[in-house]
Unconditional design. Structure first.
Length: 328
């Protein structure tokens, strides 16, 4: 009986204790679940906050970059507008200076670095006079390069080569005299020697020369006489300057153009050492064309017909362009 009573008593205790333990375990699990969920929510919140911070940082950097890009574009636009205004001012100054002579002049200016240009009657045809000697020597240089002629080749003077005017050969005994082709080339540029030029032209052939010039320009020129436009001459000088085929004699031509005897036009008011040019006179045509080697080299071709005091007009325009170029 005692054991029966004791067993019953134990059953009653177990019935009370076990449900309480189960409830305790259940409460513990709920607490852990709540804590885990809270931790997860906190992690998500932190990640969200980090994303917001990252986005804000990215937006801030983008906002800083955009004003810089805009500012650079604005500065570039302002600079271009300023250069355009200066160029227009120069062109207006030239036209104002020419006044009634404006229809009697052909002008082509080209900046070889920027490609900027000014053209006044640049497609009008003029008599080239001795400026043709630049083209002639370039064709001769091409013949040197491809083996069609030699710098050491001897050319013999004939009576048909004689011509008065500029040069030194007319004052020498020319009878049966032979000259090295390279020497005649130098004379034709430095002294603008007409006899040396005629001897070279005879060697090349006039019509052949004209056709080769057309090929170089990529357009047909007037073969009926020694005609040229300012824009065509500038194109020729560009090819001399750019020297795409790396012809060493082109460099020599530029060098002897700097050593010319004539300094009363393009380089009258600027440093003669930086000007590679060729003058030309015939009747009432007065011209000068060349390359000016400033920090920003440029090409200028000026042709005139019937302009009073044309040498000074060319010199004045050259100085205006030179000053403009140095201020850029």
């Amino acid at each position: 009986m005692k054991f029966v009573k004791l067993g019953g008593f134990l059953l009653i205790i177990l019935a009370i204790v076990i449900p309480q333990q189960v409830l305790a375990n259940s409460d513990y699990e709920k607490t852990n679940t709540v804590e885990i969920n809270a931790a997860t929510d906190k992690s998500k919140n932190n990640q969200s906050e980090n994303k917001v911070e990252d986005n804000n940082s990215s937006n801030s950097e983008s906002t800083q970059e955009e004003p810089l890009e805009i500012k650079e574009k604005e500065l570039q636009a302002a600079k271009e507008a300023q250069l355009k205004a200066k160029k227009e001012k120069l062109e207006n100054e030239i036209k104002k200076y020419l006044r009634n002579n404006i229809n009697n002049i052909g002008l082509s200016y080209y900046d070889v670095t920027s490609g900027e240009s000014i053209n006044i009657n640049s497609d009008k045809t003029f008599l080239a006079a001795s400026t043709v000697k630049v083209q002639l020597n370039m064709i001769l240089a091409d013949m040197f390069a491809n083996g069609q002629a030699s710098q050491s080749e001897q050319l013999t003077y004939i009576q048909a080569d004689y011509e008065e005017g500029t040069g030194i050969l007319q004052y020498t005994n020319l009878s049966n005299k032979s000259y090295v082709t390279a020497t005649l080339s130098d004379y034709s540029i430095i002294h603008s020697d007409n006899i040396a030029t005629n001897m070279i032209m005879r060697r090349i052939g006039y019509e052949n020369f004209r056709n080769l010039v057309d090929k170089k320009l990529g357009t047909a020129t007037n073969h009926s006489g020694n005609y040229i436009t300012a824009s065509q001459e500038t194109s020729i000088l560009r090819k001399l300057y750019e020297n795409e085929d790396s012809n060493s004699y082109y460099l020599h031509i530029i060098d002897i153009m700097k050593k010319t005897d004539f300094h009363d036009r393009m380089d009258k008011y600027i440093n003669t050492n930086i000007v590679a040019h060729k003058v030309g006179n015939y009747a009432n045509y007065v011209n000068d064309v060349g390359i000016v080697y400033t920090n920003k080299p440029y090409i200028i071709s000026i042709y005139t017909e019937g302009v009073s005091n044309a040498n000074e007009v060319i010199a004045h325009i050259s100085k205006l362009i030179y000053d403009y170029q140095n201020e850029k």
